[in-house]
Design a protein. Structure first.
Length: 264
């Protein structure tokens, strides 16, 4: 028995839309008017034969049963049902789809939105890298408070509060250079205004801000760049691409949160 799914380059779980797309693509490729090779006409006939069967829901149901090794139900004697309201359903009207098949169909329906999210995530991650690469803008602030703060499993840190009410966290080792009353230069990114580095205006000692999207959380934009590229340009696997869209959506939400976090 011919495997019509194989002829169209599909698997047995292919949806009607995927069958139609595969047929159109192969028909254009092997149509005798467009393909002059000797085997093109024979392949074109098989493609048409496969599509005629798989596009007919009744014939497709019977064919799928045979392909799975299940014999079609034998005809039964037409006896009256005990319930006079009973009406038999036509062959092929019963759903034989598994939960996974139904889930894949839903994913295929919303796949275009998942791909769109991946492309938005790619643009966002590129914007973050551009923001990190551009020259910093510098502002001057005075430290009005210098408090020691416990950090979860990482020793201790120093929380600096500035005269404009902003608060930043730095490593405890730099406490002696960033005391109360110190004049500091704060280096920020141009686009998202994220503080990246502090410099003591008098001693010129510098320290990086560990709690920021460009500090301890730098793994997040790198990870999103990788997943967004794959989700935008990898064209195989409905479930894989759909899940990448979900992952990229979650990463974007986290990064939007990390952009505003400078204190822990």
């Amino acid at each position: 028995m011919k495997n019509y799914y194989f002829i169209l380059g599909l698997n047995i779980y292919a949806t009607d839309a995927e069958i139609k797309r595969a047929y159109r693509r192969l028909a254009l490729q092997f149509h005798p008017d467009k393909n002059s090779s000797e085997e093109a006409e024979a392949i074109f006939k098989e493609i048409n034969e496969a599509y005629e069967l798989l596009s007919d829901s009744g014939r497709k149901f019977t064919y799928d049963q045979l392909l799975r090794g299940v014999s079609p139900a034998a005809p039964t004697e037409n006896r009256p049902h005990r319930d006079p309201r009973y009406r038999p359903r036509p062959p092929g009207s019963y759903s034989t789809k598994t939960k996974r098949q139904e889930l894949l169909e839903v994913m295929a329906e919303y796949l275009k939105y998942a791909i769109l999210i991946s492309r938005i995530a790619l643009a966002f991650s590129l914007l973050l890298f551009i923001d990190y690469s551009l020259p910093r803008q510098i502002t001057e602030q005075e430290v009005v408070s210098n408090r020691t703060k416990n950090e979860f499993r990482s020793g201790r840190s120093i929380q600096l509060e500035f005269d404009d009410g902003e608060t930043l966290t730095i490593n405890r080792q730099m406490a002696s250079e960033f005391t109360r009353g110190s004049k500091l230069l704060i280096y920020r990114t141009v686009i998202f205004n994220v503080p990246v580095m502090l410099e003591n205006e008098r001693s010129h000692v510098t320290t990086y801000i560990p709690v920021s999207v460009y500090g301890n959380f730098i793994f997040a934009p790198i990870l999103m760049l990788i997943t967004a590229i794959i989700g935008s340009f990898y064209w195989k696997g409905i479930e894989f691409r759909f899940n990448l869209g979900v992952v990229n959506f979650i990463l974007m939400l986290l990064l939007l949160l990390f952009l505003r976090i400078h204190v822990l």
